[in-house]
Design a protein around this ligand. Structure first.
Ligand code: SF4
Length: 368
């Protein structure tokens, strides 16, 4: 059995599940554990784990899908940029289908060459280098996982003396939004499954406040079945013993202090700022913005956004905001799987595979 196969082995995982189920039954009353990361939501849905746990246990989905937490106003601004003469918007493919107030980037792409899908912001820098007459704006969306390579693209553009490359900024950071959720009186969270991808960059330390300040158990987890079961089992053990610690259960990828090179480059290019989250509003220090010395690469300083940023529309009937906060389940939305599907998403949570609604729908279709 190779290294990764151990985390997928049915025999080992059944034992872990059995142990977990036993531990849950020891605790009377409702237990709420939030999985913050969209990839965890996707993995949990794929294995149908929610249905395998006792009825007093709820796994809440959190705000860890980057495109889901990006507000309408940002999407409208990106679309308005793509409609401007001489501007090309470069983005990851996931973002194309996200509905804005009146259009999507996919619809804009169908009408002309002003939207380009890239695999990396470094590709967007290359496009800017090869097309000096064109302004190239990269949609800087995501968490600590994508921030380092976006920072690298700025250093690359600066080294090449490019004046036609910029970022439309909406980068976000995970620990501040987790604190916001802890403070939310409606949620009453008992423990956190911490995001393994984010932790691979920032390490375990930034999650310590959960245990130290709020007495909450938290476990940094990987994404295989065995990783998730083991992490939940660790959380349950702490709940039963009334302990609160932050445990790294993903040591094959996550170092205690994170990735120093990635952190250094992020620190060099970005600084913390307030950020607006879909459903949660503005959260202090939960975003990243270019430092003053790199402000020439901020699209906000190059273009007039007045026409797009003024209107913050809400898709009629879409409950993405509440889903992202763990207040509603995707299945509580009356549009789920009927009017709103992955081929016709009405909200961002149905667009990406990591979106809670898309992940839940996958589970429903597999069951059927
Ligand atoms: Fe929004 Fe669609 Fe999810 Fe409903 S099912 S919350 S409309 S994304």
């Amino acid at each position: 059995m190779n290294y990764l196969e151990q985390f997928r082995a049915a025999k080992i995982n059944s034992k872990l599940l059995e142990k977990l189920q036993q531990e849950f039954t020891v605790v009377k009353g409702k237990i709420k554990i939030m999985e913050v990361c969209g990839t965890h939501t996707q993995a949990i849905s794929k294995i149908g784990l929610r249905e395998l746990l006792p009825s007093n246990v709820e796994l809440l989905t959190g705000p860890g899908c980057p495109i889901c937490v990006t507000p309408f106003s940002y999407i409208d601004t990106a679309i308005s940029l793509a409609q401007q003469e001489g501007v090309m918007v470069a983005t990851f493919a996931d973002f194309l289908k996200v509905p804005g107030s009146n259009s999507t980037l996919e619809l804009e792409q169908a009408q002309g060459p002003n939207v380009k899908t890239v695999y990396s912001p470094l590709d967007a820098v290359k496009i800017a280098e090869n097309n000096p007459e064109q302004e190239v704006v990269f949609l800087a969306v995501g968490f600590e996982t994508t921030a380092p390579v976006i920072a690298l693209s700025i250093l690359d553009a600066q080294k090449k003396n490019l004046t036609n490359y910029s970022l439309l900024q909406a980068l976000k950071t995970m620990p501040p939004v987790m604190e916001e959720l802890v403070l939310n009186q409606y949620l009453d969270i008992d423990g956190f499954l911490c995001p393994g991808h984010v932790a691979s960059i920032i390490g375990v330390e930034p999650f310590q406040f959960l245990a130290k300040e709020y007495d909450l158990p938290a476990v940094v987890a990987g994404f295989e079945v065995g990783d998730i079961l083991f992490a939940l089992e660790q959380i349950m053990e702490m709940i039963v013993r009334q302990e609160a610690k932050v445990v790294n259960a993903y040591p094959r990828v996550v170092e205690q202090k994170g990735n120093p090179k990635a952190l250094k480059i992020m620190e060099q290019v970005f600084t913390s700022t307030v950020s607006r989250w879909r459903g949660l509003g503005k959260i202090t220090n939960s975003g990243l913005e270019l430092r003053p010395e790199y402000q020439e690469f901020a699209a906000e300083n190059k273009f007039d956004f007045a026409s797009a940023t003024g209107k913050v529309a809400k898709q009629s009937g879409c409950s993405c905001g509440e889903v992202l906060m763990g207040i509603k389940k995707p299945t509580d939305c009356e549009l789920f799987g009927t009017k709103c599907t992955p081929s016709h998403p009405l909200g961002p949570c149905m667009v990406s595979q990591e979106g809670s609604c898309a992940a839940y729908l996958y589970k429903v279709s597999v069951k059927m």
